[in-house]
Design a protein around this ligand. Structure first.
Ligand SMILES: *Cc1c(COP(=O)(O)O)cnc(C)c1O
Length: 449
């Protein structure tokens, strides 16, 4: 970025459009070039070529507002920064899906097919469910599932699970929007099987028990809730369906990495949930999507419900989701191939080594003091709120700028860098930074400090 803007050929552009606009255009063109490079490593652009492209952009009046940033917050699934960063395979699949494709066409027969066909088998294979489908997001999947499965009959939910996830997703509101009445059972901290039994006595027309993952909130201490398999057994014995909104959507058991309290989709299905709903862009590490996995008959009911059309996944996300799910198929190791899982499971030593690598690049910068700090970082996205991951941050203090000003300069530079302020220092967490980003990050620190 610096080299491109410093090139003499940038001067005429700056004279015409102003330096900030040129910097913005160059940033957008560089982002495009980086994407191109991830697909074709030989497509290395020249400075002249980049400036020409930036000039065209400015002349066209095309102004991007969305830029790549460096996430130095340590929060792996950061909602404000677009949640899960996609694997290169998923990015390439989305780009390839940009043109015409056999999204809803069976090439063999030449007849119309369903876009769900691309995901059904894959979701089933990775989760162990009979069938699966994906819609726009998990909130949509919950709404669709309740509308299609409860069909207006009462839905039973424990009072300990009537949560608000953030962004306006509140369980009671979603139930009522689905057209069903909410039947609350138990208390905030303790709900027993007999509470469900009593609710069923009062509401014999109830069809669904909804279990929700409390996401970014925990009740600890004097608590009780029936185990999922007990609840499933109870539901089935009384002709009810058990739907679980899992939110996070882990398909890999993270307990060997010290992350113990995140239930997997497979475990939930094995315990007897009829339908499990989860996000595509949280622990699964794919694009924004909401996935429903479970019994085929129920998944088909969801697919043919009118809301499925309103909530359908677009072709770019569908392609990226399919590519991400393929990274879960053996012999691929998702903890190495899916960026979210790689960042969550990387050992503390790997994070520390990256901190050292950054330190060695910024050591000589004038007017800047830097040191490595041991920190704690979080998964984010409502997953594992109690589970702090051991992290390393590079703490910066500028001789010229306050911590607030330095953070602002980092945020608004050519490559925006997002860190956090703690005790008058700007902390840049290394867990969420890729090795390949270190040179760019050092350049951004140099420009800002
Ligand atoms: C995050 C979350 C949702 C909403 O998922 P989106 O994909 O953001 O729509 C719903 N339920 C639970 C339990 C969640 O954690």
């Amino acid at each position: 970025m610096g080299a491109v803007c410093a090139d003499p050929a940038a001067r005429p552009l700056e004279a015409r459009f102003g330096a900030p606009a040129v910097a913005k255009a160059v940033r957008a063109v560089l982002a495009q070039a980086r994407t191109q490079l991830s697909i074709d490593p030989l497509a290395v652009p020249s400075i002249a070529g980049l400036l020409e492209a930036a000039g065209c952009r400015l002349a066209d009046g095309a102004r991007e507002t969305l830029f790549p940033v460096i996430n130095a917050t340590g929060v792996v699934i950061h909602t404000n920064l677009g949640r899960a960063p996609l694997a290169p395979e998923a990015v390439a699949a989305a780009i390839a899906a940009g043109g015409y494709g056999n999204l809803e066409l069976d090439l063999d027969s030449g007849r119309r097919s369903s876009r769900h066909d691309h995901l059904d088998g894959l979701i089933a294979e990775v989760s162990g469910a009979e069938a699966g489908l994906a819609v726009n997001n998990c909130a949509g999947a919950v709404l669709l599932a309740l509308a299609a499965v409860a069909q207006g009959a009462p839905v039973i939910v424990s009072r300990g699970e009537l949560v608000e996830i953030g962004g306006g997703f509140r369980v009671p509101d979603v139930v009522s929007q689905s057209g069903s009445a909410l039947v609350e059972v138990g208390t905030t901290n303790r709900t027993h099987l007999r509470d469900y039994e009593q609710a069923l006595g009062d509401h014999p027309d109830a069809k669904v028990i909804l279990r929700t993952h409390p996401s970014n909130f925990r009740i600890t201490g004097f608590t009780a809730a029936p185990a999922l398999d007990t609840l499933a057994h109870f539901a089935h014995a009384h002709g009810l369906l058990l739907v679980e909104d899992l939110g996070g959507g882990a398909l890999v058991d993270l307990s060997p990495y010290g992350i113990a309290d995140e239930p997997t989709v497979q475990a939930s299905l094995q315990a007897g949930a009829d339908l499990v709903l989860f996000s595509g862009d949280k622990l699964l590490g794919g694009p924004q999507a909401g996935i429903a996995a479970g019994r085929r008959e129920l998944v088909e009911r969801l697919a043919s419900h009118p809301l499925a059309r309103a909530l359908r996944l677009d072709k770019l996300s569908l392609a990226a989701l399919a590519a991400t799910l393929r990274l879960y198929l053996p012999p691929a190791d998702p903890t190495e191939r899916v960026p979210v899982l790689r960042m969550l499971t990387q050992p503390a030593e790997a994070v520390a080594a990256r901190a050292e690598a950054l330190m060695s690049r910024i050591a000589g910068f004038p007017a800047l003091e830097a040191e490595i700090r041991e920190t704690l970082s979080y998964a984010g996205g409502g997953a594992m709120p109690m589970h702090a991951l051991p992290g390393r941050a590079v703490a910066l203090r500028s001789a010229r700028f306050s911590a607030e000003d330095l953070a602002w300069r980092l945020r608004t530079g050519a490559t925006p860098v997002l860190g956090r302020i703690e005790q008058d220092l700007v902390l840049l967490e290394l867990r969420t930074i890729a090795d390949a980003e270190i040179p760019t990050l050092a350049e951004a620190i140099c420009a800002a400090s």
